[in-house]
Design a protein around this ligand. Structure first.
Ligand SMILES: C=C1C[C@]23C[C@@]1(O)CC[C@H]2[C@@]12CC[C@H](O)[C@@](C)(C(=O)O1)[C@H]2[C@@H]3C(=O)O
Ligand SMILES: O=C(O)CCC(=O)C(=O)O
Ligand SMILES: [Fe+2]
Length: 345
């Protein structure tokens, strides 16, 4: 009997695996750089602790998200439909993808955020300041990580990747996702809430959360260079391992999750893995996540750095501009393997 080496897509299983948690306060820089490189190669994903971003910066933007999502559907629609930027509910992208979530997607530049703030908040200045301050901090974190990867790869110009996202015309974006609780009317972000509502039978909760398989944001890879995610203490995020197992990521509001995106995989000639991931919406508590997607300017050329190309490792992908890649991504479905369309012959 022939046994397939990999389970078909719909049969992928979940498995608990030790995902790297990297302490950014580690003083031995070469060791830190190597840990980050290894995580990007093995998983295309890691979590960071002691990242240096203040609780104040994080909680201000988190509160803005909570305030927005607690508005009535009609009030929220004022910030939509997503074009792709703006408020969206259930529809993801333009090609029929759907998920059990609502979100705000913004261009990560102060001018655009100022403009959008008017339809999102009653206090646009407060919203704009909270989001801009947060983006500024996560952008710095993304730059530091990119510089450490460059150092670990022995690239002479350690800013080779970070300058792409530091550029004033970078095409980075920022997203806040909100996955409602499984129980209607109990959309409470309080971490301690689970099972304590006297009106709800906890057994019903248990049954629902175990049997249900609600997809919040379906399987995909992020097209950009690097994604920095922070969520409240509600689970749901899963990453796909190299051997096709879904690995649940324990939620931790004190850590950031870092994802390698498609453009980083191309820049490193496949040495780093763009990680496929998804978010389940199975919790009895509402989940809120905030993502900064670090992208280069539209005109930037995505071609492998010389250090990762050799006779034994020829260029996997043809060079392309970020603008070209983004247009392709938006013409496809969420789960499509879009980087495959850019392979050499
Ligand atoms: C279905 C889609 C939504 C998406 C654009 C796309 O056509 C394919 C990639 C999707 C994705 C995933 C990562 C980010 O959340 C996102 C903003 C991005 O850049 O690519 C989304 C796009 C989106 O939701 O607009
Ligand atoms: O909300 C999450 O936890 C993940 C969302 C995600 O992967 C995305 O928006 O690209
Ligand atoms: Fe993603």
């Amino acid at each position: 009997m022939v046994v397939p080496s990999q389970a078909p897509l719909r049969m992928k299983k979940t498995r608990a695996v030790g995902i790297p948690v990297i302490d950014l306060s580690l003083e031995e820089r070469p060791k830190l750089c190597q840990l980050i490189l290894k995580a990007c190669e093995e998983f295309g994903f890691f979590q960071v602790q002691n990242h240096g971003i203040s609780e104040e910066i994080i909680s201000r933007v988190e509160r803005e998200g909570q305030d927005f999502f607690s508005k009535t559907a009609c009030e929220k629609q004022r910030a939509g439909p997503p074009t792709p930027f703006g408020y969206g509910c259930k529809n993801i992208g333009f090609n029929g993808d759907k998920g059990d979530l609502e979100y705000i997607l913004l261009e990560a530049n102060p001018h655009s955020i100022s403009h959008r703030a008017n339809s999102i908040s009653q206090d646009p200045t407060k919203f704009r300041c909270a989001v801009n301050d947060y983006i500024e901090e996560v952008r710095k974190l993304a730059c530091e990580i990119l510089e450490m990867v460059a150092e670990a790869l022995w690239v002479e110009d350690k800013f080779i990747f970070s300058k792409l996202i530091r550029d004033g015309s970078s095409d980075s974006c920022f997203r806040i996702n909100h996955y409602p609780s499984l129980v209607k009317g109990d959309d409470n972000d309080d971490d301690d809430w689970s099972g304590r509502n006297p009106n709800i039978n906890p057994q019903l909760f248990d049954h629902q959360s175990k049997s249900s398989n609600r997809i919040g944001f379906g399987e995909h890879s992020d097209p950009q260079i690097l994604t920095i995610l922070r969520s409240n203490n509600v689970g749901g995020l899963q990453i796909l391992s190299a051997d096709a197992f879904w690995i649940p990521i324990p939620p931790d509001s004190d850590k950031f999750c870092v994802f390698v995106g498609d453009a980083f995989q191309a820049l490193t000639n496949g040495r780093l893995r763009s990680v496929r991931h998804r978010a389940m919406a199975n919790s009895t508590k509402a989940r809120m996540s905030m993502m900064y997607f670090a992208a280069p300017p539209l005109s930037a050329c995505i071609a492998p750095i010389p250090q990762v190309v050799s006779i034994e490792k020829p260029c996997i992908y043809r060079p392309f501009t970020w603008g070209e890649y983004k247009t392709t991504a938006y013409s496809l479905r969420l789960a499509d393997h879009r980087l495959d369309l850019f392979t050499n012959s």
